[in-house]
Write a protein that binds this ligand. Sequence first.
Ligand SMILES: [Fe+2]
Ligand SMILES: [Fe+2]
Length: 193
Amino acid sequence: MPKSIDIIRGEHRALASVLNALREIVDGVAAGRFQPDFQLLSAMMVYIADVPEIVHHPKEDDHLFARMKLRSPDAGVIIDRLEKEHVEGYALTRELEHALVRWQGLGQGAFAQFRDCATRYLEFNWRHLNTEEDELLPLARRDLKADDWAEIDRAFTANFDPFAGPNREYAALFDRIVDLAPAPIGHGGSSRA
Ligand SMILES: [Fe+2]
Ligand SMILES: [Fe+2]
């Protein structure tokens, strides 16, 4: 298994766990099980905005997709769609941030708008992650050769250092989300209703 695929999958798993936690928290607030905890929600918002945009998408766009365009003609249509979704995802992220600030600023009356926005956001992101895992990565494994992977691994390793720079900051942010999130989602308890 190429190291780059491990890195992509690991970043998908970490993002998926924050997205799942957001779903649980929004549903818990709607059901009256949790009080909104805006410190936690803001930490989650920073993670789901920054990690894809700063850490994850550049690896895909600049290295994996770029090399697949040269080696995997069958992946062209999927790559076009995924690249468009990266751009669309930025807009949806800004919309979700705005809905979160409105909820915090206006109070519970603005919760339904945030909830609808979060639902659209989560569905969009599940579809995107599943397309990459189920459709793109199998084509990458089929069509890229050892020297392609060596080149992508080298670029990914330069971008991904879990112990220094922005990635370490995001690892700490992930730990903070787990600490703040109410049990059983995380280890916190502050937002229990
Ligand atoms: Fe992507
Ligand atoms: Fe991805």
